[in-house]
Write a protein that binds this ligand. Structure first.
Ligand code: CA
Ligand code: CA
Ligand code: CA
Length: 312
Protein backbone atom coordinates (compact mmCIF):
# COMPACT_ATOMS: atom_id res chain seq x y z
CA UNK A 1 0.00 0.00 0.00
CA UNK A 2 1.10 3.59 -0.54
CA UNK A 3 2.66 5.31 2.45
CA UNK A 4 1.71 8.94 1.52
CA UNK A 5 0.20 11.27 4.20
CA UNK A 6 -3.49 10.83 5.11
CA UNK A 7 -5.59 13.86 4.26
CA UNK A 8 -9.33 13.31 5.25
CA UNK A 9 -10.54 16.41 3.39
CA UNK A 10 -9.66 14.79 0.19
CA UNK A 11 -12.81 12.73 0.69
CA UNK A 12 -15.05 15.78 0.91
CA UNK A 13 -14.82 17.13 -2.59
CA UNK A 14 -13.03 16.13 -5.63
CA UNK A 15 -12.42 19.78 -6.32
CA UNK A 16 -10.00 19.86 -3.43
CA UNK A 17 -7.77 17.35 -4.99
CA UNK A 18 -5.65 19.66 -7.03
CA UNK A 19 -5.68 22.46 -4.46
CA UNK A 20 -4.57 20.42 -1.46
CA UNK A 21 -2.30 17.97 -3.04
CA UNK A 22 -4.58 15.03 -2.75
CA UNK A 23 -3.62 11.95 -4.67
CA UNK A 24 -4.93 11.55 -8.13
CA UNK A 25 -7.21 8.53 -8.80
CA UNK A 26 -4.30 6.79 -10.37
CA UNK A 27 -2.16 7.29 -7.32
CA UNK A 28 0.59 8.49 -9.53
CA UNK A 29 1.59 11.20 -7.16
CA UNK A 30 2.20 8.72 -4.38
CA UNK A 31 -0.51 9.92 -1.99
CA UNK A 32 -3.05 7.67 -0.32
CA UNK A 33 -6.37 9.41 -0.69
CA UNK A 34 -8.93 7.34 1.25
CA UNK A 35 -11.18 4.35 1.16
CA UNK A 36 -11.89 3.25 -2.32
CA UNK A 37 -15.18 1.32 -2.53
CA UNK A 38 -13.50 -1.03 -4.90
CA UNK A 39 -10.35 -1.51 -2.94
CA UNK A 40 -11.21 -5.04 -1.90
CA UNK A 41 -11.71 -5.89 -5.51
CA UNK A 42 -8.32 -4.65 -6.46
CA UNK A 43 -6.65 -7.80 -5.28
CA UNK A 44 -7.59 -10.13 -8.00
CA UNK A 45 -7.08 -13.84 -7.75
CA UNK A 46 -6.75 -14.64 -11.29
CA UNK A 47 -3.46 -15.57 -12.83
CA UNK A 48 -2.85 -12.06 -14.05
CA UNK A 49 -1.13 -9.21 -12.28
CA UNK A 50 -2.89 -7.06 -9.67
CA UNK A 51 -5.35 -4.61 -11.21
CA UNK A 52 -4.13 -1.14 -10.53
CA UNK A 53 -7.03 0.88 -11.81
CA UNK A 54 -9.92 1.90 -9.50
CA UNK A 55 -13.66 1.98 -9.95
CA UNK A 56 -14.07 -1.41 -11.53
CA UNK A 57 -12.14 -0.40 -14.57
CA UNK A 58 -10.26 -3.03 -16.40
CA UNK A 59 -6.56 -2.83 -16.20
CA UNK A 60 -6.49 -3.29 -19.95
CA UNK A 61 -4.78 -6.67 -19.89
CA UNK A 62 -7.67 -8.29 -21.60
CA UNK A 63 -6.22 -11.70 -21.83
CA UNK A 64 -5.81 -12.00 -18.11
CA UNK A 65 -9.13 -10.54 -17.11
CA UNK A 66 -11.54 -11.70 -19.72
CA UNK A 67 -10.24 -15.20 -20.07
CA UNK A 68 -9.53 -16.12 -16.48
CA UNK A 69 -12.31 -14.26 -14.71
CA UNK A 70 -15.86 -15.43 -14.90
CA UNK A 71 -17.19 -11.89 -14.66
CA UNK A 72 -16.71 -8.75 -16.64
CA UNK A 73 -15.20 -6.78 -13.78
CA UNK A 74 -11.62 -7.00 -12.82
CA UNK A 75 -10.53 -8.56 -9.62
CA UNK A 76 -13.14 -11.23 -9.27
CA UNK A 77 -12.38 -14.69 -8.22
CA UNK A 78 -12.04 -17.08 -11.06
CA UNK A 79 -14.59 -19.80 -10.37
CA UNK A 80 -14.24 -21.58 -13.60
CA UNK A 81 -12.87 -25.09 -13.62
CA UNK A 82 -10.79 -26.10 -16.58
CA UNK A 83 -12.64 -28.35 -18.95
CA UNK A 84 -11.14 -31.85 -19.06
CA UNK A 85 -10.79 -32.81 -22.70
CA UNK A 86 -8.89 -35.98 -22.00
CA UNK A 87 -9.98 -39.59 -22.13
CA UNK A 88 -11.39 -41.26 -19.10
CA UNK A 89 -9.36 -44.11 -17.73
CA UNK A 90 -11.18 -47.34 -17.79
CA UNK A 91 -11.47 -49.37 -14.63
CA UNK A 92 -9.85 -52.48 -15.95
CA UNK A 93 -6.36 -53.79 -15.30
CA UNK A 94 -3.73 -53.56 -18.04
CA UNK A 95 -2.68 -56.75 -19.68
CA UNK A 96 0.92 -57.43 -18.65
CA UNK A 97 1.52 -60.08 -21.28
CA UNK A 98 3.44 -59.64 -24.52
CA UNK A 99 1.90 -60.42 -27.93
CA UNK A 100 3.18 -63.50 -29.66
CA UNK A 101 5.09 -62.47 -32.80
CA UNK A 102 4.79 -65.88 -34.41
CA UNK A 103 2.24 -66.98 -36.99
CA UNK A 104 -1.04 -68.43 -35.92
CA UNK A 105 -1.05 -72.18 -36.14
CA UNK A 106 -3.99 -73.13 -38.32
CA UNK A 107 -3.13 -76.77 -38.45
CA UNK A 108 -5.25 -79.53 -37.00
CA UNK A 109 -3.72 -81.58 -34.22
CA UNK A 110 -3.03 -85.13 -35.10
CA UNK A 111 -5.60 -87.22 -33.28
CA UNK A 112 -3.96 -90.48 -34.14
CA UNK A 113 -2.12 -92.72 -31.78
CA UNK A 114 1.48 -91.64 -31.38
CA UNK A 115 4.00 -93.91 -32.96
CA UNK A 116 6.11 -95.36 -30.20
CA UNK A 117 8.68 -96.69 -32.58
CA UNK A 118 11.95 -95.17 -33.65
CA UNK A 119 11.56 -92.13 -35.92
CA UNK A 120 12.12 -92.82 -39.54
CA UNK A 121 15.25 -90.86 -40.39
CA UNK A 122 14.49 -90.89 -44.07
CA UNK A 123 11.12 -89.16 -43.85
CA UNK A 124 10.46 -85.54 -43.17
CA UNK A 125 7.22 -84.44 -41.57
CA UNK A 126 6.36 -81.30 -43.53
CA UNK A 127 2.99 -80.69 -41.88
CA UNK A 128 3.28 -78.00 -39.17
CA UNK A 129 0.87 -79.66 -36.83
CA UNK A 130 1.07 -80.13 -33.12
CA UNK A 131 2.12 -83.71 -33.32
CA UNK A 132 5.46 -84.05 -31.60
CA UNK A 133 5.60 -87.74 -32.21
CA UNK A 134 7.45 -89.22 -35.15
CA UNK A 135 5.29 -89.84 -38.22
CA UNK A 136 3.41 -93.07 -38.13
CA UNK A 137 4.75 -95.63 -40.47
CA UNK A 138 2.35 -96.61 -43.22
CA UNK A 139 3.44 -100.16 -43.19
CA UNK A 140 6.38 -100.84 -40.97
CA UNK A 141 9.48 -99.56 -42.70
CA UNK A 142 10.18 -96.23 -44.34
CA UNK A 143 11.89 -95.76 -47.69
CA UNK A 144 14.91 -97.95 -48.10
CA UNK A 145 18.24 -97.27 -49.75
CA UNK A 146 18.85 -98.37 -53.30
CA UNK A 147 20.38 -101.73 -53.97
CA UNK A 148 21.54 -103.14 -57.33
CA UNK A 149 18.53 -103.86 -59.50
CA UNK A 150 16.07 -101.95 -57.30
CA UNK A 151 15.68 -99.53 -60.18
CA UNK A 152 15.56 -100.46 -63.85
CA UNK A 153 16.00 -97.92 -66.64
CA UNK A 154 12.86 -98.40 -68.73
CA UNK A 155 12.82 -95.55 -71.22
CA UNK A 156 15.09 -92.75 -72.40
CA UNK A 157 14.98 -90.00 -75.00
CA UNK A 158 18.42 -89.12 -76.37
CA UNK A 159 17.33 -87.06 -79.40
CA UNK A 160 14.34 -84.75 -78.83
CA UNK A 161 12.97 -83.04 -81.93
CA UNK A 162 10.27 -80.67 -80.68
CA UNK A 163 12.59 -78.82 -78.32
CA UNK A 164 16.35 -78.27 -78.13
CA UNK A 165 18.01 -81.68 -78.02
CA UNK A 166 19.84 -81.65 -74.71
CA UNK A 167 17.14 -79.69 -72.93
CA UNK A 168 14.47 -82.15 -73.95
CA UNK A 169 16.36 -85.27 -72.88
CA UNK A 170 15.09 -87.51 -70.11
CA UNK A 171 15.09 -91.07 -68.86
CA UNK A 172 12.62 -93.09 -66.87
CA UNK A 173 13.24 -95.65 -64.12
CA UNK A 174 10.99 -98.22 -62.50
CA UNK A 175 11.10 -99.40 -58.89
CA UNK A 176 11.21 -103.14 -59.33
CA UNK A 177 10.86 -103.85 -55.59
CA UNK A 178 7.94 -104.10 -53.19
CA UNK A 179 9.32 -101.31 -51.03
CA UNK A 180 9.47 -97.56 -51.37
CA UNK A 181 13.02 -96.61 -52.16
CA UNK A 182 14.80 -93.30 -51.67
CA UNK A 183 17.44 -91.86 -53.95
CA UNK A 184 19.98 -91.01 -51.26
CA UNK A 185 23.54 -91.25 -52.56
CA UNK A 186 22.49 -91.72 -56.17
CA UNK A 187 24.80 -90.56 -58.95
CA UNK A 188 23.71 -90.27 -62.58
CA UNK A 189 26.37 -90.68 -65.26
CA UNK A 190 26.84 -91.01 -68.98
CA UNK A 191 30.16 -91.78 -70.64
CA UNK A 192 31.53 -88.30 -70.17
CA UNK A 193 29.97 -86.72 -67.12
CA UNK A 194 28.13 -87.43 -63.90
CA UNK A 195 25.81 -85.74 -61.43
CA UNK A 196 25.26 -86.46 -57.74
CA UNK A 197 21.53 -86.23 -56.99
CA UNK A 198 20.83 -83.47 -54.47
CA UNK A 199 18.47 -84.20 -51.56
CA UNK A 200 18.06 -87.78 -52.63
CA UNK A 201 16.75 -89.08 -49.30
CA UNK A 202 13.67 -86.88 -49.69
CA UNK A 203 13.06 -88.27 -53.20
CA UNK A 204 11.22 -91.54 -53.12
CA UNK A 205 9.70 -93.97 -55.56
CA UNK A 206 6.80 -96.14 -54.53
CA UNK A 207 6.90 -99.89 -55.17
CA UNK A 208 6.34 -100.87 -58.82
CA UNK A 209 6.20 -97.23 -59.88
CA UNK A 210 7.91 -94.98 -62.42
CA UNK A 211 10.07 -91.89 -61.87
CA UNK A 212 11.47 -89.51 -64.49
CA UNK A 213 14.84 -87.80 -64.50
CA UNK A 214 15.11 -84.98 -67.02
CA UNK A 215 17.76 -82.57 -68.14
CA UNK A 216 15.53 -79.56 -67.50
CA UNK A 217 12.83 -79.10 -64.87
CA UNK A 218 10.49 -76.77 -66.71
CA UNK A 219 7.84 -78.38 -68.95
CA UNK A 220 7.98 -75.31 -71.19
CA UNK A 221 11.64 -76.06 -71.91
CA UNK A 222 11.82 -79.85 -71.72
CA UNK A 223 9.01 -80.64 -74.12
CA UNK A 224 6.18 -81.02 -71.62
CA UNK A 225 7.50 -83.30 -68.87
CA UNK A 226 6.97 -82.86 -65.15
CA UNK A 227 10.02 -84.74 -63.88
CA UNK A 228 10.78 -86.12 -60.47
CA UNK A 229 14.27 -84.67 -60.70
CA UNK A 230 16.27 -82.52 -63.14
CA UNK A 231 19.96 -83.30 -63.41
CA UNK A 232 20.99 -80.68 -66.05
CA UNK A 233 24.64 -81.51 -66.64
CA UNK A 234 24.43 -84.98 -68.16
CA UNK A 235 23.66 -85.14 -71.88
CA UNK A 236 22.93 -88.21 -73.96
CA UNK A 237 24.63 -88.82 -77.28
CA UNK A 238 22.11 -89.41 -80.01
CA UNK A 239 23.82 -92.38 -81.63
CA UNK A 240 24.97 -94.24 -78.52
CA UNK A 241 25.93 -93.65 -74.92
CA UNK A 242 25.79 -94.98 -71.38
CA UNK A 243 23.20 -94.24 -68.74
CA UNK A 244 24.43 -95.39 -65.33
CA UNK A 245 22.86 -95.14 -61.88
CA UNK A 246 25.26 -95.69 -59.00
CA UNK A 247 25.38 -95.44 -55.23
CA UNK A 248 29.03 -95.28 -54.33
CA UNK A 249 30.75 -98.03 -56.28
CA UNK A 250 27.56 -100.07 -56.63
CA UNK A 251 25.75 -99.94 -59.94
CA UNK A 252 22.00 -99.88 -59.36
CA UNK A 253 21.37 -100.16 -63.09
CA UNK A 254 23.09 -99.23 -66.35
CA UNK A 255 22.17 -99.31 -70.01
CA UNK A 256 24.57 -98.90 -72.92
CA UNK A 257 22.60 -98.15 -76.05
CA UNK A 258 23.30 -97.80 -79.74
CA UNK A 259 25.29 -100.97 -80.38
CA UNK A 260 24.44 -104.36 -81.76
CA UNK A 261 20.79 -105.36 -81.52
CA UNK A 262 19.47 -101.80 -81.13
CA UNK A 263 16.99 -100.42 -83.62
CA UNK A 264 18.17 -97.30 -85.40
CA UNK A 265 17.31 -94.13 -83.61
CA UNK A 266 14.69 -91.76 -85.00
CA UNK A 267 14.82 -88.10 -83.99
CA UNK A 268 11.88 -87.26 -81.74
CA UNK A 269 11.31 -90.85 -80.57
CA UNK A 270 12.36 -92.25 -77.22
CA UNK A 271 13.63 -95.76 -76.70
CA UNK A 272 11.34 -97.81 -74.50
CA UNK A 273 11.90 -101.14 -72.81
CA UNK A 274 9.36 -103.83 -73.59
CA UNK A 275 6.81 -103.70 -70.73
CA UNK A 276 7.27 -107.40 -70.03
CA UNK A 277 11.00 -106.94 -69.37
CA UNK A 278 11.12 -104.29 -66.67
CA UNK A 279 14.31 -105.28 -64.91
CA UNK A 280 17.93 -104.24 -64.72
CA UNK A 281 19.31 -107.25 -66.56
CA UNK A 282 16.88 -107.56 -69.46
CA UNK A 283 17.50 -103.93 -70.37
CA UNK A 284 21.13 -104.77 -71.13
CA UNK A 285 20.07 -106.13 -74.52
CA UNK A 286 19.14 -103.93 -77.44
CA UNK A 287 16.54 -106.44 -78.54
CA UNK A 288 14.50 -105.68 -75.43
CA UNK A 289 13.99 -102.12 -76.65
CA UNK A 290 11.90 -100.46 -79.34
CA UNK A 291 10.97 -96.93 -80.36
CA UNK A 292 8.13 -95.27 -78.50
CA UNK A 293 4.70 -95.49 -80.08
CA UNK A 294 2.72 -92.55 -78.69
CA UNK A 295 3.31 -88.84 -78.30
CA UNK A 296 3.56 -86.72 -75.18
CA UNK A 297 3.79 -83.01 -74.37
CA UNK A 298 5.09 -80.94 -77.27
CA UNK A 299 4.78 -83.86 -79.69
CA UNK A 300 7.80 -86.12 -79.33
CA UNK A 301 7.18 -89.84 -78.80
CA UNK A 302 7.41 -91.52 -75.41
CA UNK A 303 5.60 -92.28 -72.16
CA UNK A 304 7.65 -90.45 -69.53
CA UNK A 305 6.40 -91.49 -66.08
CA UNK A 306 3.90 -94.07 -67.24
CA UNK A 307 3.84 -97.60 -68.54
CA UNK A 308 5.44 -98.29 -71.88
CA UNK A 309 3.51 -99.40 -74.90
CA UNK A 310 3.95 -102.94 -76.12
CA UNK A 311 6.76 -103.20 -78.62
CA UNK A 312 5.71 -104.34 -82.11
CA1 CA B 1 21.11 -85.92 -77.30
CA1 CA C 1 20.94 -102.86 -67.00
CA1 CA D 1 7.46 -95.05 -69.94
Amino acid sequence: MPTAPYRPFCLVAASLVAAFGCASPTGSNGYYYGIDANVSARFDEDAGPLDTAGGGVSDGIASQDSTSDSGAARGENDTKVPVDTGVLLDSGSPDTGSPDAGPVDTGTPDTGTPDTGTPDVDSTDTTPQQDTQPPQDAGGNGPVALTPGALAITEFHPDPAKVTDAKGEWFEVYNTTNQTVHLGGLTIADEKSSHAVVGGESLTIAPKSYFVFSNQASPSVNGGITPGYAYKVVTLNNSGDLIALKVGTQTIDAVTYGGSGWVAKVPGKAYQLAPTLLNASSNDFGTAWCLAQVTYGAGDFGTPGSANSFCP
